[in-house]
Design a protein around this ligand. Structure first.
Ligand code: ADP
Length: 248
């Protein structure tokens, strides 16, 4: 066994729905502070894979090891979130009537619990955390605006900021560039590359321009298993990948 275990190791994971294999002996390893792009046609099993990692779906076979010791398949969603796995769905869920700053504050309180935030001497510390989060998700200038007034792209970033407030070790993100302008898409790639300096990130994405911008290792799923894995250039050159996905 390796001295430093892989952060996430899916080993032969199978998920069957009425005999249909949404995941078919899927194996995948994600390192500490690695960003990985997951691509593949509709129905390839991308969502089901994320559901297994977050405990929403129990596999019929296989294991999902986190930090080499925690078997995610034996834990519920709350316990998995507690271990430091955060998930962002495609549609942003921010508190529209609250300011950007208050949204982040709520996410911080959620993490620390009400008692910590009652202690007023923590207030400065909290402000510093929020300043850093705002900076990180490029919303410093929007701090006092209501979340409901943000652009679609900015809402996505705010939600990423709220997830970062939970201090995850692994972030799962579903199609972050969907519905974004070209500029927002490029900024999102920058933002994710920055986050991936200190955290692992798994991004499911269909926008190949965005995936190229990320510049990370790519895994193409097909029929519930890994069809190809490597650089985007290598994966794009794979005949089977062209046949089932890129050549559509
Ligand atoms: P992707 O996210 O790559 O589009 P999914 O993981 O959503 O793929 O789906 C993989 C396959 O599993 C699809 O054929 C889908 O119809 C099927 N599937 C997913 N969830 C369920 C479910 N709860 N019940 C039955 N079939 C499902």
């Amino acid at each position: 066994a390796p001295v430093t275990p892989t952060l996430l190791y899916l080993d032969n994971v199978t998920v069957s729905f009425d005999g249909f294999r949404a995941l078919n002996a899927l194996s995948l390893a994600i390192d500490h502070a690695e960003m990985r792009a997951i691509i593949g046609p509709n129905g390839a099993g991308k969502t089901t894979m994320m559901d297994v990692i977050t405990g929403k779906t129990q596999p019929n076979e296989g294991t999902a090891l986190f930090e080499g010791t925690h078997d995610l398949t034996a834990l519920d969603e709350a316990a998995i979130a507690e271990l430091g796995i955060g998930r962002k769905f495609q549609t942003p869920t921010v508190f529209e009537m609250h300011t950007v700053e208050d949204n982040l504050l709520l996410a911080l309180k959620n993490k620390r619990g009400p008692l910590a935030t009652l202690l007023s001497r923590r207030a400065n510390q909290e402000r510093e955390r929020i300043d850093a989060l705002l900076e990180r998700v490029r919303l410093t200038a929007q701090r006092h605006r209501r979340a409901g007034e943000l652009s679609h792209g900015q809402k996505q970033w705010l939600e990423i900021g709220m997830l970062l407030a939970q201090e995850p070790k692994l972030l799962l993100i579903d199609e972050p560039a969907a519905g974004m302008t070209d500029q927002e898409t490029a900024d999102t790639a920058d933002l994710l590359r920055d986050i991936a300096k200190s955290k692992a990130v798994i991004v499911v994405e269909h926008d190949m321009t965005f995936v190229r911008d990320l510049g990370v290792k790519v895994t193409c799923l097909h029929e519930g298993s890994v069809l190809a894995e490597g650089s985007l250039d290598a994966v794009s050159a794979n005949e089977r990948v062209v046949e089932v996905y890129l050549g559509r």
